[in-house]
Write a protein that binds this ligand. Structure first.
Ligand code: AMP
Length: 293
């Protein structure tokens, strides 16, 4: 595996079909699942490893974001990644970018309301990665369902010639969605953090028994997670990430909570297959995450 610092150096090492996995590092099995899927469908797998300051609206969050490139390099090597693109800030931002990508509507609700500017930061850097690395496919996690909607829309709107793949959320064996931020959860807050996924699963069970009203799903979530500091819980369309009142199209029930100073997001996704609602609750590990090794 090669570690490259510039867009041009990355492109000069390509052969065949190129898959990109954009990340901010500090890997867990959710990232590794994206790399495995990328490996299966491409000749060259490039993983970008860059903590994007544009998408942090809270300086303390940016400062405290876990980082360990040496650890991540070993994990990528084991995963069969070909190229790690870890640019210095001067490569990503040779100048303060005056051109910003704002995906109106899609990035405004849910997370957008609580993290002003977040999706503009994400979309701007994702567009730079697509333009600079020119992959044929880019892979993202459904864990960040609104981000996936933003990326799909910017790809279509700006005619980037690549396809976007969205992969299921990887979870701890007890259901907690994997996140690099989980290492910041204090042991005494771990049980409370679990209520986030449990509330979403309870709502998904209601859906499986025929419930389609968003209000009832939100109530079900809140009945389980009432002791948490809840930023929002919303049923939203997959395409527009726009809140909807009735589950009548591909959608996701997303929630954000704060547990002991750590902000966590999660969702369950609903697809319509032959008129039937199918809940995607993600996949569970059968062992503790490598985050704790
Ligand atoms: P991040 O490094 O947090 O920016 O995430 C990089 C990519 O990994 C994004 O596409 C995320 O949606 C995805 N990702 C993060 N956590 C998970 C997870 N638990 N399961 C699947 N994908 C994930």
């Amino acid at each position: 595996m090669d570690l490259v610092r510039t867009f041009a150096d990355a492109r000069s090492r390509y052969r065949g079909r190129v898959a990109l996995v954009p990340t901010m590092g500090y890997f867990h099995e959710g990232h590794l699942a994206l790399m495995t899927a990328a490996r299966a469908g491409a000749d060259t797998v490039v993983v970008s490893h860059f903590v994007n300051r544009l998408q942090f609206n809270d300086p303390a969050d940016l400062e405290g974001y876990p980082r360990d490139l040496a650890r991540d390099l070993a994990l990528m090597e084991a995963q069969g990644v070909d190229l790690t693109f870890a640019p210095p800030p001067t490569e990503m931002f040779p100048m303060e970018p005056l051109t910003r990508v704002k995906v109106s509507g899609v990035g405004d609700g849910l997370e957008g309301l609580f993290r002003p500017g977040h999706f503009e930061g994400v979309a701007t850097v994702v567009a730079k990665l697509f333009a600079g690395l020119q992959p044929q496919v880019a892979l993202f996690g459904r864990k960040d369902a609104q981000q996936l909607a933003v990326v799909r829309r910017l790809t279509a709107d700006l005619s980037f010639p690549l396809s976007i793949a969205g992969l299921p959320t990887v979870r701890e064996s007890d259901g907690l969605a994997l996140s690099s931020r989980n290492v910041l959860i204090k042991p005494e807050d771990r049980a409370a953090a679990l209520l986030l996924s449990q509330g979403l699963f309870a709502a998904a069970r209601l859906v499986e028994s025929g419930e389609t009203r968003a209000g009832r799903l939100r109530e079900e979530f809140t009945a389980v997670a009432y002791s948490l500091d809840i930023d929002y819980v919303e049923l939203a369309s997959q395409d527009e990430a726009e809140p909807i009142g009735v589950l009548d199209r591909p959608s996701f029930l997303a929630a954000a909570v704060r547990v002991g100073g750590v902000r966590l997001i999660d969702n369950v996704t609903f697809d319509l297959v032959g008129g039937q609602v199918m809940a995607d609750l993600g996949v569970r590990l059968d062992h503790p995450s490598l985050l704790y090794q």
